[in-house]
Design a protein around this ligand. Sequence first.
Ligand code: MG
Ligand code: ZN
Length: 374
Amino acid sequence: MPYKTHVLMRKICLLLLFVVVQNGIFAGPEPKKKESKKPKKVIFLIGDGMGLAQITAAMANYQGRNAFERFPVIGLSKTSSSDNYVTDSGAGATVFSIGKKTFNGAIGVDSLGKEQDGLFEKLKRNNWGTGVIATSSITHATPASFYAHVASRKSEEDIASYLLRNNCDIAVGGGTKFIQNRKDQKNLIAELLASGFYVSTDSALQKIDAKKYIQTLSPNGMKTMQEGRGNYLQKATQMACNNLTKYHGKYFLMVEGSQIDWGGHDNNFEYMKAELLDFNEVINSVLDEAMRDGNTLVVVTADHETGGLSLLENKNDKLTFTPNYSTGGHSGIMVPVFAYGPGAELFAGIYPNTEIYEKFLQLMNLNGISKTRK
Ligand code: MG
Ligand code: ZN
């Protein structure tokens, strides 16, 4: 081949190769949009009143494992309610249960006070196990929002009666006075037993092997960590997970660090910190199990921040900080969302708190589930 033709051929070949690569002929078919892997178990941990300042402050200088740093996916949730930029825990948890913003104080009802078909109802119609574990009473705003439908969070006796609807298989926390020796004279324990629950009002955590149980360990809220509550929340969570696998291995469990909020309302930093460190250990043990299991989605968030906490310079020891509260109430700052496991990637980004419910429905295939129970 003459020299010039040879060079020309090479040039044409290179040009062709360039065109082919540019047009993606070697790239194969366009990849399909990846469907999120679906979890068989969902553990939803709510740190009531747990904002970024609470996490930062409690975990500063903590010698143990920081559970929050173990999550691969982080998002931010905008927490306002339908009638207030600053939500309360009723509206703040109802939004996770019905997917709609509602008024402060509401439990499982929309902004017009209308009962809504909630996450637990949808889950039960689809044969999932459901449960709530708290360090408040089981009838307090956060756990109540998942199984009850009342206009006021204060109606705790009414809230307890909603357990008879059988949409919440397991409830553990305080609150004996709302099921026993009630003001309305109703014997709720007898009714719960009749509808198939195992019921315990013993003050020590009972080892229970049952598909459905209610366990209240104190008249109202549980002891604080500082009063010696110990690892109750971790043990109650593990036991609930074991029992909920009886629902063909499919369950949704809500676990609340209820008193992080109460320490905030008291502007009591040490109270808040002890509660948050306990919650950190619960998350660690849930994550350990989820990592072994591979089918568990773990989502951690808050309903709102409490106390308007900021970490100010400590003039006496500049390597530490001075916790500074700006209110005895809640604040309107966004709260973090941490996710691990199948579908975790959906929780990245910044979104209104309503979307957490939407993501749960999508991941548990609950969209379009008819209202007639199978
Ligand atoms: Mg709460
Ligand atoms: Zn609060």
